[in-house]
Unconditional design. Structure first.
Length: 197
């Protein structure tokens, strides 16, 4: 069991990933989640990252990472070559979100997607009362600094999965420090979905 010092989204992803799995983390950042999966789940983990600074951090930690642009695709990987593909806080940052998602579904048996919920009540209040793009714990940047290109809500993603006939194997709605069970589209900061074709 992981302690409370580990980020909530990382704890949930570690609970989802079966031991000894093959995992590809798309937009792996500094490699923290990859190392957690390798040590806690004995997973064989690779990462793809576009930021040179983040790649250096991964290498310093001993994580296996490749430089790559997710918008170009995963053509070097055969179909179903990984048990899990992870897109944690990275799908909303790519230009071709649907293409990247389709590639993830092609290469992985299951895809774990984590994203910030733009319909979180504090974000709604910022827009309604402040008339400004929201800044929340899960959307911490000003509009001119944000890496996010796509702002989606939990309902948006559920509708997308339904429309594309994707199987939602599990879903988790995250508050600041615990899971949210009541009206998640309004009260969850982030969501994690486990999907497959």
């Amino acid at each position: 069991m992981l302690n409370d010092e580990v980020r909530l989204d990382h704890r949930i992803i570690c609970d989802v990933v079966a031991p000894n799995s093959r995992v590809l983390d798309l937009g792996c950042g500094d490699g923290s989640l990859m190392l957690l999966l390798a040590t806690h789940n004995n997973a064989r983990v690779q990462g793809i990252e576009v930021s040179d600074d983040k790649i250096y951090e991964c290498v310093e930690k001993g994580a296996s990472v490749f430089h790559g642009d997710l918008d170009i695709g995963l053509s070097e990987y055969p179909d179903k070559s990984f048990d899990y593909i992870i897109l944690n806080q990275s799908l909303q940052e790519v230009i071709k979100a649907e293409y990247v998602l389709n590639e993830a579904l092609r290469v992985g048996q299951k895809v774990i997607i984590g994203f910030s919920n733009f319909a979180y009540y504090k974000a709604r209040l910022d827009v309604f009362f402040g008339g400004k793009v929201p800044v929340t714990e899960s959307l911490p940047n000003q509009w001119y600094q944000t890496p996010n290109l796509h702002f989606l809500s939990i309902r948006d993603f559920e509708d997308y999965c339904s429309h594309k006939k994707l199987k939602v194997l599990n879903r988790y709605y995250l508050g600041e420090d615990k899971l949210v069970h009541f009206m998640p589209n309004l009260f969850a900061l982030n969501a994690i979905f486990v999907i497959s074709k």
